[in-house]
Design a protein around this ligand. Structure first.
Ligand SMILES: [Zn+2]
Length: 379
């Protein structure tokens, strides 16, 4: 998954936005300022429409955020760790570290978002009634139009998200029901993902037809959303396949056992010549008196000036190993992979209960194993 820009933390969840959001934000503000609002409230100036477009887009962003937080908050309450949400214009992707283990939990998490949007729609609608009841005309007219738009757009969000294709909420709800009925999360995900991709393709075709017939902006919207949905449906299906493939596997099953280690007290120049050039590994566990004390990566070496390689010792340049920066032979591979992704690390040393190094496991090892298993399974 591509990274986004980190914004802030709410309820222990890091909120990021995807880069595409900026393009969509301007497209949205522009469509509102030049199309939607002048039609709704005809007698305002260009500046007023621009401000209304920007404010409405910003609040739309907040509404989408609240929708996603509702999902994540529910997931966290049910014991599934959500640490990060990446927002796209019409929704977000919560980085669930684990999939829900029962259809009931899946259903609750899926429905929380649309419920929050429903609440927002009603709230903005009541606010609009209140504003219209007090005064009409001038600036208030503009405020009323923005609030009215926000009420409508939350309904649009619900309708859009209830489309029964994975990974949209409707798809998740359908998956939960299918899962409860058949008992197979794999089958349920497959069906929900096929429907999701089918819907996305329809949306893209529809968008192109609109563009051809002159409705450029509407068409562009449909194509953009369709492409996003298609990728998301594919991505979430792969993710689940991966989880199923790695289920029950332990670190000791696939780790590399004969690890080449480096002593802590030799200079970097020696390590480069004797280890990096000879073995072509990008990192080596560092031992002092037979115990694991750190990890030396090519990057650590690169950080030190070349002239100082003769005088700098391995233990001065390496990353020290903290107790939570290692794996144990009994750990599940899925847990190991999740940890590597979360920490942004490519490999972890594996130590036994006595703190002795018994192997090393990298993301590449895990990917290789998955490919291998898929080959054996005949697809
Ligand atoms: Zn949702």
């Amino acid at each position: 998954m591509r990274g986004g820009i980190r914004l802030f933390r709410v309820l222990g969840i890091t909120i990021s936005i995807d880069y595409t959001w900026f393009i969509v934000f301007f497209l949205f503000a522009w469509s509102l300022a030049y199309g939607y609002f002048p039609q709704k409230v005809p007698d305002l100036g260009v500046t007023a429409y621009l401000v209304m477009g920007a404010v409405a887009s910003l609040f739309l962003f907040i509404c989408v955020l609240i929708h996603e937080i509702a999902h994540s908050y529910t997931a966290n309450r049910l014991g599934l760790d959500v640490k990060e949400i990446t927002l796209f214009i019409f929704g977000g992707v919560a980085q669930l570290t684990r999939e829900p283990d029962t259809p009931g939990k899946e259903l609750k998490i899926a429905i929380a978002g649309p419920l929050a949007s429903g609440g927002l729609a009603v709230g903005f609608y009541l606010l609009k009634l209140l504003i219209d009841g007090m005064y009409t005309g001038g600036v208030v007219q503009g405020v009323s139009a923005v609030v009215g738009f926000l009420s409508t757009i939350n309904i649009v969000l619900i309708v859009f998200n209830m489309i029964p294709g994975f990974p949209l909420d409707g798809g998740r709800i359908m998956r939960a029901v299918w899962w409860a009925k058949t008992g197979s999360i794999r089958e349920a995900t497959r069906v929900a993902s096929i429907i999701g991709k089918g819907f996305a393709s329809l949306l893209i075709v529809f968008g192109f037809l609109q563009i051809i017939s002159g409705l450029f902006i509407q068409g562009l919207w449909a194509v953009l959303i369709g492409v996003f949905l298609q990728q998301a449906a594919e991505g979430s299906y792969r993710q689940l396949l991966m989880k199923i493939t790695l289920e029950g596997m332990k670190v000791s099953d696939i780790m590399t056992r004969n690890v080449v280690t480096v002593p802590a007290h030799i200079p970097l120049s020696t390590v480069v010549e004797r280890f990096f050039f000879n073995y072509h590994f990008v990192s080596f566990p560092v031992l002092r008196d037979g115990r694991l004390v750190g990890l030396l990566t090519l990057n650590d070496v690169r950080k030190v000036d070349k002239e100082r390689w003769h005088t700098t010792l391995v233990e001065e340049a390496m990353e020290r190993i903290s107790p939570d920066r290692v794996l144990h032979p009994e750990d599940s591979v899925l847990h190991a992979l999740t940890k590597m992704i979360e920490d942004g690390v490519g490999r972890y040393p594996v130590v036994d209960q006595n703190g002795e190094l018994v192997g090393i496991l990298s993301r590449r090892d895990i990917m290789k194993t998955m490919e291998f298993k898929a080959e054996l399974a005949g697809r």
